[in-house]
Design a protein around this ligand. Structure first.
Ligand SMILES: [Zn+2]
Length: 325
């Protein structure tokens, strides 16, 4: 009888120590690449642990350079969530070299994520001829789902999180990867993922109603990050200042866009906090277009589960404010 009772005080101690954390086991160390991905991962991990984030503040994944602390976080990681090398090119080598222990989850390839082709032609087209970036016009567009190599999505728009349906698919993939790595907390991941999916649905309905009055009104963006958002809400993005945000647009490109604002009837030109706002001032000067700001990454927003819905609401509010008045 005494012998059988012996383990009890130990068990009671463990329960007392663990009382502050609902987690049933040591949670996996998780790294997320960009704020929107981090937000969805944080939502699924709520109550278990917090993921680390690489691209912080107003930094852009298009121009990011890895820091030593990022390499350290990757080296310690069990799981890395990112969109894929087509967006976070800076992570391509480190995920192999630094995050050797980690499972890498590229959300661009998550089941249920719908991909849109990068737009070409007219005001979406790059016109800075002569640089080393080759734009392969012979590329077959019908093979975008074939993963024949690591970079099979060069012609795909990588800003997949700006579609609520894609965000839901990402949440499902995140929960699945977490559960596979950490089955002890499966119930928490499943419950969090279901709750997050429901709130994304409610957000989608809210944004649909909010944006209906400005559907179809033409506008110009800094870079073509909003294609998924536009498709979902019937919005009319007619061009981008730069097709490749890794490069500053040429003077020629800027004057072309300026000339096109009149022709396209763009009511607004949107800057982004990740890039130089002076460019947008130059472009709208002397045109009837108004200036706005759109932020596809959540530069000024607090990291965590609330960032994703705040980011989506901010984009909707900016579009509505500028296009609706
Ligand atoms: Zn982008």
């Amino acid at each position: 009888m005494r012998a059988a009772m012996r383990p009890l005080p130990l068990l009671a101690l463990a329960v007392t120590l663990g009382a502050a954390l609902p987690a049933l086991a040591e949670a996996p160390k998780v790294v997320a690449s960009i704020k929107p991905v981090h937000s969805l991962v944080a939502a699924v991990m709520e109550g278990v642990a917090e993921p680390a984030l690489i691209v912080r503040g107003a930094a852009s994944p298009h121009t990011y350079a890895m820091k030593p602390s990022d390499a350290k976080a990757l080296a310690a990681a069990d799981l890395v969530f990112w969109i894929g090398p087509e967006l976070e090119g800076f992570l391509d080598k480190p995920v192999t070299a630094n995050a050797r222990q980690a499972t890498s989850v590229t959300l661009l390839e998550a089941p249920g994520v719908t991909l849109l082709d990068a737009r070409e032609g007219g005001a979406w087209e790059a016109h800075d001829h002569g640089h080393e970036h080759t734009h392969d016009h012979d590329h077959k567009h019908d093979d975008k789902h074939a993963h024949e190599d690591d970079h099979g999505h060069d012609e795909v728009n990588t800003h997949i999180w700006l579609s609520p349906a894609n965000a839901r698919a990402m949440v499902a993939a995140i929960a699945e990867a977490l559960t596979a790595k950490d089955p002890a907390n499966a119930a928490a991941y499943t419950a969090n993922a279901e709750r997050t999916a429901r709130s994304i649905d409610a957000l989608d309905a809210e944004l649909k109603a909010a944006l209906a009055p400005v559907a179809g009104r033409p506008f110009v963006v800094f870079h073509d990050a909003y294609q998924y958002f536009e498709a979902q809400y019937g919005l009319n993005g007619v061009g981008a200042i730069t097709v490749n945000p890794e490069r500053r647009p040429s003077a020629k490109r800027l004057s072309e866009i300026r000339a096109k604002i009149g022709g396209l009837g763009a009511a607004c030109v949107f800057a982004e906090p990740q890039f130089e706002p002076a460019l947008v001032n130059t472009i709208v000067e002397g045109t009837p277009a108004k200036k706005g700001v759109l932020d596809p990454e959540g530069a000024d927003l607090k990291d965590g589960p609330g960032l994703y819905p705040a980011l989506m609401r901010n984009i909707a509010a900016s579009l509505k404010d500028c296009l609706g008045s």
